[in-house]
Design a protein around this ligand. Sequence first.
Ligand code: NAD
Length: 357
Amino acid sequence: MKYNIAVLDGDGIGPEICAAAIEVLDKIGAKYGHVFNFKHYYIGGCAIDKFGEPLPQSTIDGCLASDSVLLGAVGGYKWDDLPGDSRPEKGLLGIRKAMGLYSNIRPAKLWKNLADASPLKPALVKNGVEIIIVRELTGGIYFGKRERGVENGAEFASDEERYTVPEIERIMRIACELAAKRSKRVVSVDKANVLESSRLWRKTVHEYAKKHFPDITVEDVLVDNMAMQIVKNPAQFDVVVTSNIFGDILSDEAAQVTGSIGMLASSSLGDTKRGLYEPIHGSAPDIAGKDICNPIATILAAAMMLRDSFSLTEEYAAIENAVQRALDDGYRTADIYVEGTKKTGCREMAKIIAGNI
Ligand code: NAD
């Protein structure tokens, strides 16, 4: 089979990690008889430099014409002082919106052999951790009305958190479908003791599950408690559904519990099979261009693309096993390195994983 993949390398370590994922996909193609055609498009800071905007139309068109999209990361010091609407991150929000992607699934998995990389006590993580955070992606405060001005002589700024029932229902559907194949439990995170938008969220997730997924148990956890529970007892969670901003913050926290954000992938999906697959971390400008970043999150993002966009489950498993074998053999990039293991760079790690396929 032939697959057309749009690659948005982005900024910072983006080009390094995308090259690593492409090397692994090419190996999968050779072994399983698929052809992956890669077309690169600009997004973020590099697009601002070339086109004067973070998301040029050519990138949107390229993504919409592709079978699926692989993204590195955007942003960096160079563009930090630009006003909100022209910042690199705007490209990211824009492409998700343009592709109609309203869910972001982030599995925070603690890999076998990486328990020492977790900052938590071994007793808390010894039985493994796999928290799947289903984050609403195109609504809420990141897309709400924003305002800046001066009132009674004081400068002010405001951002609006707003959700509609259909927005909450469609993200709950994705969480319930996932939970139905797993623990049949969904934890919904909100701040219903304070926020009106959270009260609607809470009412809607319960009504939706009761009507469409009566076998699924829905539990509510307040976001402040959730932040504590993730470090106190992360193994208690399976599928977690939450709003855009809470999901953004909690998924980084859950990621850290598993050791390194350099290990975690995510997928963004809407109503079609075409998705956007990316690592959960940013562009890591502090280590860009040094060949020391961890490419595994992006390699696993490419694996998720094979499974979720192209239904290539065997190929997905081949990549997961190749990653596990690299870890079993003691290879570690700097972010997950511990004494007694073999420190490798980004390029070498990609070669080792591709070689394991
Ligand atoms: P970051 O995720 O880029 O980096 C946080 C820390 O983790 C840094 O110390 C970095 O070196 C390290 N790190 C990240 N990825 C790594 C990897 N693959 N291997 C090893 N170490 C890794 O977050 P930040 O520093 O808050 O943001 C840097 C830039 O990235 C900012 O411009 C931010 O806006 C942007 N950003 C982009 C995305 C995205 O493109 N999806 C997400 C988050 C942040």
